[in-house]
Design a protein around this ligand. Structure first.
Ligand code: ATP
Ligand code: MG
Length: 457
């Protein structure tokens, strides 16, 4: 006889005694013949042996008793011990004598209370996640409502924004000045899961070159004479876990382009005068109103950086290419400014025609400024008339804008009109350039470029 056969009983008992599963063995009269420690532990029975007792007396109607009655096994049955509220999964098997008569039944069971609780918790969390998802959707819809327009080209922009918002993908927003690139960048951030973190906007054209590096990357304590004690956080560190909006990225100087490329590649920044590189987790949205690829061809913009930024381009169409949105936008701005200036106004039919036929070289910004101008110029209530608008708009119109409009002709005349408009704006604002560019709806950049071009300085 080998050792296992010889010590069979001892081995089986040791195994049963030390199993994690609870084990109970009863005979045909439901008298408890054997229980292991786990049985007591799982069912929370303390300081009490039930061996020798009749199960039908202490726990009437148990599944083990059922097996005794019908001789059929119960596999993977799940039930709760009412006394202790413990949930178990059991295998209950009848045991037969050699002559096939029933000897008793054994139940081996596992405590699944914790698993059940976890499952319940998961279900609960699932519901909660759904709820949060809905909330997020409502919020991002709110963000989207700040972008007015139903023209298919704008709908397409919105769809792209929706798709990309909740990723960390770098986005390049292109489009003419005043088309709403910053609006797009803001919505992407607002609809992303970074929305509770900062959105840091940096105008790459506006920072003087000598300050660029420290503005972007900050500086360490005592980095240079006159630097602030304790150093200074750069835009990238300020935007950590959030989004950085690099506006006018096409105007970035080559030196900074190289540094930005490194940040994009390594996700680390180095403070001026700092020792170790610092990890940053920043989502990048860049915008430009120039043709970046042209700049690459002219070697004014690094090709490698261009491809790093050109991952997900979104082009915001010019307002003249979505004429059906002009009135929607104009009415929104009219409401906004009527509220601001406490007036009750609407557009006259002539105004509507004027707004639609104009080409809007300054795009939505120009439209917004023009509407504000008209609201300021108009009476307290009633209709806004053509005379309330800046005269350069009207000049274009009287320049022969009937149906069968000659847009090309208009465009050729545009430079002349733009120049007069700028002159007028400068005179009206007593040469206050900031006021003048606001009145015209021009970005600072464009304004100064045009001042040079038309020799107005
Ligand atoms: N679809 C839109 N709905 C409502 N307002 C808009 C929309 N597009 C632009 N605007 C408004 O027009 C103005 C100009 O928009 P924005 O600053 O985003 O343009 P931009 O493309 O960044 O211009 P630039 O190239 O000159 O920087 C802002 O006041 C903005 O709120
Ligand atoms: Mg902008």
């Amino acid at each position: 006889m080998d050792l296992v056969t010889e010590k069979k009983e001892l081995i089986y008992k040791t195994v049963l005694d030390h199993m994690h599963e609870g084990v109970i063995l009863i005979d045909t009269s439901t008298k408890v013949v054997y229980v292991n420690d786990s049985y007591y532990q799982i069912l929370g029975i303390k300081n009490k042996s039930i061996i020798g007792e009749f199960l039908d007396d202490i726990q009437p109607g148990t599944n083990v008793s059922k097996v005794i009655k019908n001789g059929k096994p119960l596999i993977n049955v799940e039930f709760t011990f009412i006394q202790t509220n413990v949930r178990v999964v059991a295998n209950i098997l009848p045991i037969f004598n050699e002559d096939n008569s029933l000897f008793g039944a054994i139940s081996v069971f596992r405590d699944v209370t914790e698993v059940r609780n976890l499952i319940q918790e998961i279900e609960h969390l699932k519901g909660y996640t759904e709820y949060l998802k809905e909330r997020l959707e409502v919020n991002s819809n709110a963000a989207f409502s700040s972008m007015v327009g139903e023209h298919p080209s704008i709908i397409q922009v919105k769809e792209k924004v929706k798709k990309v918002a909740n990723t960390d993908t770098t986005v390049l927003v292109t489009g003419e000045s005043g088309t709403g690139k910053e609006v797009v960048a803001t919505i992407i951030h607002e609809a992303s899961n970074r929305k509770n973190r900062p959105l840091i906007k940096v105008n790459c054209a506006a920072i003087p070159e000598s300050l660029l590096e420290s503005e972007f990357f900050g500086y360490a304590d005592g980095a240079f004479t006159g630097s602030k004690r304790g150093g200074k956080l750069g835009k990238f560190e300020l935007a950590n876990k959030g989004t950085i909006f690099l506006d006018e990225v096409g105007d970035m100087k080559p030196n900074l382009q190289a540094k930005l490329l490194r940040v994009l590649q390594e996700k680390k920044i180095e403070r001026v005068g700092g020792e170790a590189p610092i990890d940053v987790d920043v989502r990048i949205i860049a915008a430009t109103n120039c043709n970046l690829y042209e700049k690459v061809k002219k070697k004014e913009f690094r090709e490698d950086l261009y491809y790093r930024l050109f991952v997900f381009p979104i082009e915001v169409p010019a307002l003249r290419k979505r004429k059906t949105d002009i009135l929607t936008l104009a009415i929104k701005f009219l409401e906004e400014f009527s509220l601001k200036y406490n007036k009750q106004l609407s557009f006259s039919a002539d105004v509507t025609k004027l707004l639609i036929s104009y080409e809007w070289p300054g795009n939505v910004r120009e439209l917004k400024n023009v509407v504000e101008h008209a609201v300021v110029m108009s009476e307290q209530s009633g209709r806004i008339i053509v005379a309330n608008f800046p005269s350069y708009l009207k000049e274009i119109r009287s320049g022969g804008q009937q149906d069968g409009i000659d847009h090309l002709h208009l465009y050729r005349n545009f430079a002349q009109i733009e120049k007069s408009a700028m002159e007028e704006a400068l005179i009206v604002t007593k040469y206050n350039r900031s006021e003048a560019m606001k009145l015209l709806g021009m970005s600072r950049n464009k304004f100064y470029k045009k001042i040079k071009e038309y020799q107005l300085d």
